[in-house]
Design a protein around this ligand. Structure first.
Ligand SMILES: Nc1ncnc2c1ncn2[C@@H]1O[C@H](COP(=O)(O)OP(=O)(O)OP(=O)(O)O)[C@@H](O)[C@H]1O
Ligand SMILES: CC(=O)N[C@H]1[C@@H]2OC[C@@H](O2)[C@@H](O)[C@@H]1O[C@H](C)C(=O)O
Length: 377
């Protein structure tokens, strides 16, 4: 059988840069064969971050930022082709997520919108491979949240026939997929896959760490681990209505941003190290509470996204979830930083095959929809 290769490109809400994977879907399997990354140039990162907040001359700035993003995406694709010794014609399509700068589904006129900056035409022009982009807007048009989209992929990759498992992605924002046992006879024996955004992942921790240590993130959570959780602050953070909201639900930097944190910190003078400890505890508690509320029967919690490298966060999740094995996705065959990019390779393939990519049980859309728009090479 001819090789069926797809590339997935993800740049998420952490804004740390682009992860790309080359995946081979021959024989119905998902095999990630190569991984490449590229950090954002500092100016581009600053502009993408700034575009998350209303500002002057946004249309012009967004268009130029999208050009810059396509350049970084193209570099990652070239790295993958070079590492694999492949030509553009050897790859069926590239799934390019784009950079979410606003996410307001179901708001305003009730349809609302989700906006991922991207320039798929420019990317197709640079790499000579079909590009699939704009994965979220069709689900929003169908009344859904447009996010999270990874649960269908999580099911394909991590679903077990004999046990319920949960998959937690800790990127800038955290999201959970709840996978019932697929059963020997097929899926959905014990209900549909569910999934939703839990709340903050690394975004607030990264912001605080950068502000007070100059480092982009708290490596292994060591700074947080040496601080003391502040109960009053934690209670104010946990009081956020989004955390208690019933799914379907999704969020982003529109809500969990430095202003949100500043409003809850108020004038209280706390040691920065203790705030970091408290922010890490917020992420751990919000995610653990969701597992216990929605899928306490889960046998395992498989953690992916960069947060899986935060040893302190992983230890807190384990402590808060007795009886549930908390493990990195690496222990189930795919390193944490590759899972989302692999999901967009998988979603690109779905688009090319005109197969639905969303799960209405997750996003709340009126039904299954083919996601994305194809820009031919
Ligand atoms: N060694 C580490 N120790 C602690 N945290 C880490 C480490 N490595 C990465 N991280 C965290 O992971 C983040 C990047 O995660 P990831 O690449 O999954 O984010 P993302 O793609 O922006 O995610 P999403 O789209 O899910 O929001 C970093 O910003 C940092 O907070
Ligand atoms: C609108 C948007 O970009 N959402 C992202 C974000 O990052 C994590 C969480 O919030 C999740 O809902 C989603 O990403 C993953 C890839 C998803 O759609 O499943």
């Amino acid at each position: 059988m001819a090789a069926e290769r797809y590339i997935g490109l993800m740049s998420g809400t952490s804004l740390d840069g682009v992860d790309g994977v080359l995946a081979d879907f021959s024989d119905g399997c998902i095999a990630v064969t190569h991984h490449a990354t590229a950090p954002f140039p500092p100016d581009l990162r600053a502009e993408l971050l700034a575009l998350n907040t209303p500002g002057d001359n946004e249309l012009h700035r967004a268009a130029l930022a999208a050009n810059g993003l396509a350049g970084v995406y193209a570099d990652v694709v070239q790295q993958l082709l070079a590492a694999a010794g492949l030509a553009p014609a050897d790859v069926q399509a590239v799934g390019a997520h784009g950079q979410t700068v606003r996410h307001r589904p179901g708001e305003f006129d009730t349809t609302g919108y989700t906006l991922q900056l991207n320039h798929p035409a420019l990317l197709a022009e640079r790499i000579g491979i079909d590009v699939v982009a704009d994965f979220r807007s069709r689900d929003v048009a169908a009344g859904g949240q447009g996010a999270p989209l990874v649960p269908a992929f999580h099911r394909a990759l991590f679903g077990q026939t004999d046990a319920a498992v949960a998959v937690l992605n800790v990127g800038g924002i955290s999201n959970l997929s709840l996978l019932p046992p697929t059963g020997d006879t097929g899926e959905h024996d014990v209900g549909p896959v569910r999934g939703f955004d839990c709340g903050p992942g690394n975004a607030l921790m990264d912001h605080w760490c950068q502000l007070h240590t100059g480092q982009p993130y708290d490596t292994a959570g060591r700074w947080a681990a040496s601080g003391t959780v502040q109960p009053a602050l934690l209670a104010r953070l946990m009081d956020e209505p989004f955390l208690a909201k019933t799914p379907p639900k999704s969020t982003g930097r529109d809500l969990f941003n430095p202003s949100w944190l500043a409003a809850r910190l108020g004038d209280t003078a706390l040691a920065p190290i203790d705030v970091q400890a408290t922010l890490t505890e917020l992420t751990a508690r919000a995610c653990a509470a969701d597992v216990l509320r929605h899928a306490p029967q889960s046998r395992a919690l498989i953690v992916c996204g960069g947060g899986a490298f935060n040893t302190h966060l992983m230890a807190r999740l384990s402590a808060l979830l007795p009886g549930i094995e908390v493990l990195s996705s690496a222990d189930r065959g795919l390193p944490p930083q590759q899972v989302e990019a692999a999901a967009f390779a998988w979603l690109a393939r779905a688009a090319v095959q005109r197969a639905p990519g969303n799960l209405a049980s997750v996003t709340g859309a009126r039904g299954a929809r083919v996601l994305g728009a194809i820009y031919p090479a």
